[in-house]
Every structure is written in C-alpha cells, then in structure tokens.
Design a protein around this ligand. Structure first.
Ligand SMILES: [Zn+2]
Length: 221
C-alpha cells in the first residue's frame, strides 16, 4: 500500500514521541517506552471466551477505557502497538492464500479528517504485522455520516447503521468466499459490528468474526 493510500485510510498519524518513558495509561515514569506501569497492567481484566464470533483482548473497565481514551483522543497513537499485541494473542497465526482479511470498522471521512486517523485501521494494521491476516482498510466503507446513536432506540440505531456501512463494489471480489475478521477498538452493544457483519455476508464472505481490544460485559449493557 502506497503512502497516499495510507493517508487516505487514516493510517499515517503524526508520530508521537514520548520522552522520558512513561506509562501509556496513567503517565507515571516507567523503565521502557511503549508499556504500562504495574498498577495499570494489574487492573486490566482478560476478555471473555469467544462468544457469537466476538473475540476481545480485555473486558471493558476503567483501565481499558483509559487506554482507549488515550489512544483515540489523547494523542497516544503509539498505543496501537500495545493494544494490537494484546488483540493478536487472541487470534491464530494465519499466513498464505487462505488467510483471513482484516477489515477495520470504517469511520466516515469527515470524522477521519477531524480525528486524523481511524483507530480501528491502526489496530488492524498491527494484527496484519503480527501475521494474523491480510489487511484491507477499505473493504468496508461508511457511506454517510451516522448521526450520534446515543439518543436512538435499538431498531432505529440498527437501521441507521445498516444504511451507512457497506462493502464497496471495488472490494466485492476480494471479500467473496473469504474469512473476514472485523477489527474495532471497543465492542459495546454490537450494533456497529452487526452492521459490518451483515454487509460482509451480503458480499458473500465465507465467515465473519469480530476482534476488539475491549468488550463491555453483556450483562452490563
Ligand atoms: Zn500506569
């Protein structure tokens, strides 16, 4: 993928240099760049067993929420490596022609401009680097800006997302007959992932799983 495509896909954020080394979550000094302090590590909880095709590195709690906030809104893009590493541990190695396609949950391009990067695309790239599949950053697109889903009921939310997320015509041949892994940072109600899965199945993907860094325990939704 050329640098222009990477920029288009939101994969080339400004590199953030952290010096001296600090915990990427709470900021206390630590020995090495790119890690967490012992306290923050110990507050992370392992994700649940795979359920309905959803794999999660951690359970969504204060510690994982703080990491995601720092990653998405705190300018700590270097967290992609750490979060991606933890997600990669949940997936088997998959190289060669039968490898799954890694597809980030898409951001609308206006939101991409605002934020400067798609956090899900950065995580998908980390998984590809670690031999978990073939990266395809644009196999799903968001055709229109989804209104804030907070105030919508379950059905309205589903409908808004289904209209918004699709496999573009140029990527249908790539998706057909393949195993696909949808990548996201957080799995909450599952509405966004469900819209992604539906679009991929409509494009004749052979199977679709979802991998995320943190998932909200379903009894807490
Ligand atoms: Zn810490």
């Amino acid at each position: 993928m050329g640098i222009r495509d990477e920029i288009k896909a939101g994969l080339s954020p400004v590199v953030d240099l952290v010096y001296p080394p600090r915990c990427l979550s709470c900021g206390v000094p630590v020995a090495k760049h790119g890690g967490l302090c012992i306290d923050c590590w110990s507050e992370l909880e392992a994700g649940p067993e795979e359920a309905d095709g959803v794999l999660s590195a951690t359970l969504y709690n204060d510690a994982s929420r703080q990491l995601i906030l720092n990653f998405k809104h705190g300018g700590k893009v270097s967290l992609a490596g750490l979060l991606g590493q933890m997600m990669a541990q949940r997936l088997p190695d998959a190289l060669g022609p039968g490898a799954p396609i890694l597809v980030p949950v898409p951001l609308h391009r206006l939101r991409l401009w605002e934020r400067g990067f798609n956090q899900a695309a950065l995580l998908a790239r980390e998984l590809a680097k670690r031999g978990k599949g073939e990266l395809s950053v644009d196999a799903l697109i968001r055709q229109k800006r989804t209104p804030s889903l907070g105030g919508l009921g379950r059905e309205a939310r589903k409908e808004a997302l289904q209209e918004a997320i699709a496999v573009p015509a140029s990527r249908r041949a790539l998706v057909r007959g393949r195993d696909v892994i949808v990548v996201d940072d957080v799995y909450t109600s599952g509405a966004t992932s469900a819209a992604c899965v539906e679009a991929l199945i409509a494009a004749q993907a052979q199977s679709v799983r979802v991998v995320c860094f943190a998932c909200v325990a379903q009894d807490r939704v």
